[in-house]
Ligand binder design. Structure first.
Ligand SMILES: Cc1cc2nc3c(=O)[nH]c(=O)nc-3n(C[C@H](O)[C@H](O)[C@H](O)COP(=O)(O)O)c2cc1C
Length: 196
């Protein structure tokens, strides 16, 4: 089951614009992030749930979609996600925020995929503009923005040869391909007595 969720959990960048994710689902997703691991159990992450058309548009205007697809202007109005979750870090804690945020975002995405939803993580966002639009407290650092919606993108994983190009790409039918390194290319050593 986890194998399937991980394979389905792609970065989706086109959504069914008519599908509006409910507040309660977004709260449930963040609740799963809340229960995830945290370095020294400091739990420095804070969240903003963006689920109004006006604020979703404001967040949309700050994020950068698919840097490897320079000819694509991003999802059209009717392909945009209804919702965003902004992941923030309380600056008064030491620097474990980023690892915690990675774990949290994966918990959120896997939970979303299980519900037939999906998302895209954004590190590329105009943080100054986002802070202003969402009135983010100075004590909170913007770590990631996560788009959530009902995906319509078709995404296929392909094999990446050792010297191949990591860039994702789309074919003429707009199917999105994501090259992944092979297992033998990323396990650099195995110390084992059970090589059955
Ligand atoms: C930390 C992080 C930051 C990312 N930032 C962006 C971003 O700013 N814009 C974007 O379109 N995709 C972003 N992505 C999505 C990656 O491009 C995507 O994970 C990668 O192409 C592999 O595709 P996959 O998620 O379907 O495996 C980000 C992913 C991660 C993990």
């Amino acid at each position: 089951l986890v194998n399937e969720l991980i394979r389905k959990n792609r970065s989706y960048r086109r959504f069914d614009g008519s599908h509006k994710v409910s507040d309660s689902i977004l709260f449930e997703l963040v609740n799963n992030a809340r229960l995830s691991s945290s370095a020294a159990n400091l739990q420095p992450l804070r969240y903003m749930i963006v689920n109004s058309a006006e604020k979703a548009q404001a967040v949309y205007d700050t994020v950068k979609w698919a840097a490897y697809l320079p000819d694509w202007a991003g999802p059209k109005v009717d392909e945009r996600p209804s919702s965003y979750i902004v992941i923030l870090g309380d600056k008064s804690y030491p620097n474990y925020h980023y690892i915690d945020a990675g774990i949290a975002v994966q918990s959120i995405l896997l939970s979303a995929v299980e519900k037939g939803l999906g998302g895209c993580i954004f590190a590329s966002t105009d943080k100054a503009k986002l802070r202003e639009e969402l009135d983010i407290d100075v004590d909170l650092e913007v770590i990631l923005v996560l788009a959530i919606g009902k995906p319509t993108d078709k995404v296929i994983l392909t094999e990446l040869p050792p010297e191949g190009d990591v860039k994702y790409w789309r074919d003429d039918s707009d199917i999105h391909y994501v090259p992944k390194r092979k297992l033998e290319d990323i396990i650099v050593a195995t110390f084992s007595e059970r090589n059955e």
